[in-house]
Each structure stands twice: as structure tokens, then as C-alpha cells.
Design a protein around this ligand. Structure first.
Ligand code: NAP
Length: 280
């Protein structure tokens, strides 16, 4: 529940690129809450001191982004189940006077697909491209929703294997080159690599060999339609862009700090799209 301070932050290094202040600022205005949500740039060496001073600075909590998510995991006094499974914290709040850490990326991923591709978790085997922090959140969400088979494909197969070992039964690791072999039997394809982002090369995966009912989603949202999503759309497959994940992952934090569960509305989405278009 909200503390009287109603003051929250997003901490990262750098932080200027973060869209989170836009999202939370919209909701604060929308719900008429006299609170604040401010970006804070903190270098890694200063992060523990920043966390120790949160109470005194009057913060109810906040978001944590690159490069502090693992440090926040280690420094939180309590952790929710998602943070525990993912090994990273992106949301902090106080619980009984103790600093609690959660991870809302898995929630954001699932809620985005619930909105645009209901039934996604029963669509067959999932192929996850990439084995970084975002892949962990995606795999956790899939397993929570009852997906029986998750195949992780990564440029560095050893990192995919680490995740397969971490998550256990139903999760397997493969090199990126195995994509062509598995795509005809894949119900949901998820790109969690940074490939396809403006300025990066395309992911070398061709969704045209996927089944007719397959779903393709990309968690990269700049551009909104990545080359992978464009190829899947041309093939006639259902596609879901990554912006909804960003918007939905913000919901649980806002509720914890300000006491209202906010809605992800078309108006909020349009506001963030305009911000992305402006290249801000
Ligand atoms: P990360 O931990 O650095 O992982 C990056 C992944 O991309 C690794 O699997 C890496 O493979 C792969 N990769 C990078 N360059 C590659 C290349 N040239 N060829 C093949 N694979 C390559 O990053 P992350 O935190 O997981 O984030 C990944 C992306 O997701 C970022 O673009 C981030 O902005 C986005 N994201 C979006 C949301 C959202 O809300 N929509 C949330 C979180 C993250 P190796 O293991 O071989 O290096």
C-alpha cells in the first residue's frame, strides 16, 4: 500500500533514455495523485548507499534498470517469487520496514500477450531467442502459465544451457542455427535478443516456415515493428510488439507506491509511441 510520501524513482546509469517517467507521470495525472516519479542517475559504486538512503529521502519505492538489477536483487531484504526465479529485481518497495524487491517483467510479458494474443500459453512449444536477463523473465512467465516446452536458442549456447539448467524440466538449450529445424513445430516465437533494434542487424530467423496459427512477438520496441515482426505479418501470422510489455510491467510498481492499480490504456500507449517517434 502507498506510504504517505507517495514519491517514487527509477534508478539506472545512464537513465535519460528511460520511458518510465512518462508512463508513471501519465498515471499520476490521470488518477489525480499528488506524488512524484523521478529519474535518478546513480553509478554502480554508489548504488548500495542510494538504497540505504531511500527511507530518509522519503521514497515509497521505485524501479531499477540497467546496470543495477542484479545488485538490487542482492541488496533487497525480501524478494518476491518472480525476482527469486529470474535473479534480478526491477521494482523496490517497503514491507514492514524492510526493503522488498520484485520483478515485474514476466508479468509485463504475459499481460501484453493476454491482451493481444489471448490463449498464447496453449499455442504449442515456445522458442525463445536469446539467453540474457529478459529471456529469464520470458521463460519464467511461460512456465508460470503452464507452457510445457520452452526451447532457448542463443548465439552463445553455453548461456542458453545455463538457463535450461536453472529452469529445469521442459526447458532445453540449442544454438541459434537450430531455428530452422524447430520453427515448423513452434507455437510462439519470442525474440529477446537486442537484434532488430534500430542500429542493430536483423535476427537470422525466418518465421515463414512456422505453422499458420503461430504467434510471433518481439520484446524490442524500437522500432515498434521489427524486421522479424514484419516478416511474420507478411506470412500472415499473429504478431505482438514489445511496447505492451514495457507498459504492463509498470503496473504492479505504481500500485505498490501509490495505492491504485493503473490501467494500460490506448491513450497511454499513444503517448509513449509519440515519445519514441520523437526519438526522445
Ligand atoms: P542481455 O542480457 O544483454 O542479453 C542480450 C541477448 O542478445 C543475449 O542472448 C545475446 O547473445 C543476444 N545478442 C546480442 N547481440 C547478438 C548478436 N549480434 N547476434 C546474436 N545474438 C545477440 O539483454 P537483455 O536485458 O536480456 O535485453 C534484451 C533486449 O530486450 C534489449 O533490447 C532490451 O531493450 C529488451 N527489453 C525489452 C523489455 C520490454 O519491456 N519490452 C524488457 C526488457 C528488455 P549472447 O549470449 O550470445 O551474447
Amino acid at each position: 500500500m502507498a506510504e504517505s510520501a507517495s514519491k517514487a524513482f527509477v534508478v539506472g546509469h545512464p537513465i535519460a533514455h528511460s520511458r518510465s517517467p512518462k508512463i508513471h507521470g501519465y498515471w499520476l495525472k490521470q488518477y489525480g495523485i499528488a506524488g512524484s516519479y523521478e529519474p535518478v542517475d546513480v553509478a554502480p559504486a554508489d548504488f548500495p548507499a542510494f538504497l540505504s538512503g531511500l527511507r530518509q529521502a522519503g521514497f515509497a519505492g521505485g524501479n531499477v534498470t540497467i546496470p543495477h538489477k542484479e545488485a538490487a536483487w542482492a541488496l533487497a531484504e525480501l524478494r518476491d517469487e518472480a525476482a527469486e526465479a529470474i535473479g534480478a529485481v526491477n521494482t523496490l518497495w517497503f514491507e514492514g520496514g524492510r526493503l522488498a524487491g520484485g520483478n515485474t517483467d514476466a508479468h509485463g510479458f504475459a499481460a501484453n500477450l493476454d491482451e493481444y494474443a489471448p490463449g498464447w500459453a496453449r499455442n504449442g512449444p515456445v522458442m525463445v531467442l536469446g539467453a540474457g536477463g529478459a529471456a529469464r523473465a520470458v521463460i519464467h512467465a511461460c512456465l508460470q502459465r503452464g507452457v510445457r516446452e520452452v526451447r532457448i536458442l542463443n548465439r552463445t549456447p553455453a548461456r542458453a544451457q545455463e538457463l535450461a539448467d536453472r529452469f529445469g524440466a521442459g526447458v532445453s538449450a540449442h544454438p541459434l542455427a537450430a531455428a530452422a529445424e524447430f520453427l515448423p513445430g513452434t507455437g510462439l516465437l519470442v525474440n529477446t535478443t537486442s537484434l532488430g533494434m534500430h542500429g542493430n542487424s536483423e535476427i537470422p530467423v525466418d518465421p515463414s516456415v512456422m505453422p499458420d496459427q503461430a504467434i510471433v512477438t518481439d520484446i524490442v520496441y524500437v522500432p515498434l515493428e521489427t524486421p522479424l515482426l514484419a516478416a511474420a505479418r507478411t506470412r500472415g501470422l499473429k504478431t505482438v510488439d514489445g511496447l505492451g510489455m514495457l507498459l504492463h510491467q509498470a503496473v504492479p510498481g505504481f500500485e505498490r507506491w501509490f495505492g491504485i492499480r493503473p490501467q494500460v490504456t490506448p491513450e497511454l500507449r499513444a503517448l509513449v509511441v509519440a515519445d519514441l517517434d520523437a526519438g526522445a
